[in-house]
Design a protein. Structure first.
Length: 545
């Protein structure tokens, strides 16, 4: 393996292309630009701060912040000072923050842009040194401007590639998060290999807005940018998303299913489906309409779009294809550096698949249908949990992913569900909820859905309606949902036929504990919270709570 470390790439770019703009951070509507020379200078000054603390080499340094230029700079500074980074989701509650800091034994934490700064910082133990990014109202032992007064660290060490680079905690959809330990060689091999797989180069631009504490953004955006020198832009806030993506004009764009659905709803809010269908049938107008929609979305110059983190409806993928946006699905886990499969180049005949294995990755389907993966990208271990580490690997070194799937003759993999999510009804029949949920999501009135019913004779689906449904009266919504229910049920075996669709009043969010930071439904919590609804006396096919 010839993979270079991110530090070696930093030294390369600061020497060969010092003036090239690498990072762009919007602050009060103005972009603050960082060349490679400026980036490296700040990296070295932050590293000096860490070195001055005289911590044991390999200490765990936490980062709690939304995505920003300083996140990248700090990550490199932690490496330069010889330590290990421990990212924490910026949306994490007090319990999670406290758990990660205690479990990873972090003596220092960098704190940046947050939504609930006061409460989140309060979760940090007093003995942990707090260093602040340059954003307002962050209580800390030292502010960013004070840190940048340090003389730049003048050494340029290279880490051993088999040494630990980072501990990434899972989003905790099924309990306490696990600390996934990655050496430089595993996660950096994935990041550098992605350049060839996705044809990433210096002229590419990406908007970094999905959580950097999540493996996909870390590997395929941040680390990949160290190897490619592509430009990375950030959001000022969620409210400025549209402005910032249009200012970036990304050439590569990765999102998650829920956000792709939101983009779709945004388009349809301005142009109803019937009108859109009519315009797309007119040859001369069709291309102009597609171009205008892509431009308004900020995707006018995009050459590759991708979706990951959770299953996306084939109907959503097909809809985007009609406006000239081909979304390639990809699949990976924290445990394999988000480097498992991809649908690149896009193939319309493979819509609904998560793609084929990346070069250097071996994918197989076990006897029980589990997708198992092997490659240099696999993690070293779960931090301080040898039993769980042993459980997740087969004797011959394959990662047990927990995803169930099939593989076709071309090597394309299709996920059919999570082994742990498959449940047995009161009739003793097994139900895989994910494919049913994906079929229901073809209805644009449905934004969130969870198929459940382990104590019922027939399963049901809990759902949250999309913003576009608010424009319709209940009769129209009921008619649409009933048509979808009948259509989906006609494709299911008798034991999997849905008894009813239950429309919930409250949205499932991270704030109410029903979504992970990567917008996946916390199924077990949802089922427990609404147990009285699921197992209550539900009357009718479409039920509004």
């Amino acid at each position: 393996m010839n993979t270079k470390s991110p530090l070696e790439m930093l030294y390369h770019w600061e020497t060969t292309t010092p003036e090239r703009i690498f990072l762009r951070q919007p602050v009060k509507g103005q972009y603050k630009e960082f060349s490679w020379a400026q980036t490296a200078n700040q990296v070295r000054r932050v590293a000096s701060e860490l070195v001055s603390l005289n911590l044991p080499i390999g200490s765990h340094i936490a980062i709690l912040s939304k995505n920003c230029a300083e996140w990248f700079i700090t990550d490199l500074a932690i490496m330069l000072a010889g330590h290990v980074s421990v990212p924490i989701y910026s949306t994490a509650g007090e319990k999670t923050i406290r758990y990660v800091l205690e479990h990873a034994k972090c003596p220092v934490i960098f704190v940046g842009k947050l939504d609930d700064t006061k409460a989140q910082v309060a979760a940090i133990a007093p003995n942990i040194i707090k260093l602040a990014f340059p954003y307002p109202d962050i209580p800390a032992d030292k502010q960013w401007d004070e840190i940048l007064v340090n003389q730049p660290y003048n050494k340029s060490p290279l880490p051993a590639m088999d040494s630990v680079m980072t501990i990434i905690y899972t989003s905790g959809s099924t309990g306490d998060p696990k600390g996934v330990v990655h050496n430089y060689e595993s996660i950096c091999w994935a990041a550098s290999s992605s350049l060839e797989a996705l044809s990433v180069g210096q002229n590419d631009r990406m908007l970094s807005y999905l959580p950097l504490a999540h493996i996909t953004e870390r590997t395929l955006v941040e680390l990949a940018s160290f190897y490619s020198s592509m430009r990375i832009d950030f959001l000022e806030s969620l409210e400025t998303f549209s402005r910032d993506i249009c200012a970036t004009q990304p050439t590569l764009f990765i999102s998650v299913p829920r956000l792709w659905t939101r983009f779709q709803m945004g388009v349809l809010a301005n142009m109803p489906q019937k009108k859109l269908n009519l315009l797309l049938r007119i040859p001369l107008i069709s291309n102009l309409v597609k171009k205008k929609i892509r431009s308004k979305l900020g995707l006018g110059q995009v050459r590759l779009c991708a979706s990951g983190s959770a299953p996306i409806s084939t109907a959503t993928l097909t809809w985007f294809r009609t406006i000239g946006i081909d979304i390639c699905e990809g699949w990976g886990m924290t445990e394999n550096s988000a480097y498992g499969t991809c649908c690149v180049p896009f193939r319309a005949d493979k819509i609904g698949c998560i793609g084929h294995a990346y070069e250097g990755v071996d994918i197989r389907i076990a006897e029980d249908g589990e997708i198992q993966a092997k490659g240099l990208c696999n993690m070293k271990e779960y931090y301080l949990e040898p039993e769980k580490t042993a459980e997740v690997f087969t004797e011959d070194g394959y990662l047990k992913t927990g995803d169930k799937g099939t593989m076709d003759a071309d090597g394309y993999v299709r996920i059919t569900g999570r082994l742990k999510e498959i449940f047995k009804t009161a009739k003793g029949k097994y139900i895989a909820p994910v494919p049913i949920e994906s079929s229901l999501m073809a209805n644009s009135l449905i934004e969130q859905v969870c198929v459940t019913g382990s104590e019922l004779k027939q399963p049901i689906a809990l759902m949250v309606l999309s913003a576009s449904a608010q424009k319709l009266n209940r009769g129209q919504i009921e008619q649409s949902l009933l048509a979808t229910l009948n259509e989906v049920n006609s494709t299911l075996e008798s034991h999997a036929v849905l008894d009813s669709l239950v429309v919930m009043q409250d949205e499932w969010t991270m704030d109410n504990g029903l979504l992970t930071p990567t917008l996946k439904v916390k199924r077990h919590i949802l089922e427990e919270r609404y147990k009285h609804v699921i197992n209550g006396s539900l009357q009718g096919k479409i039920i509004f709570l």
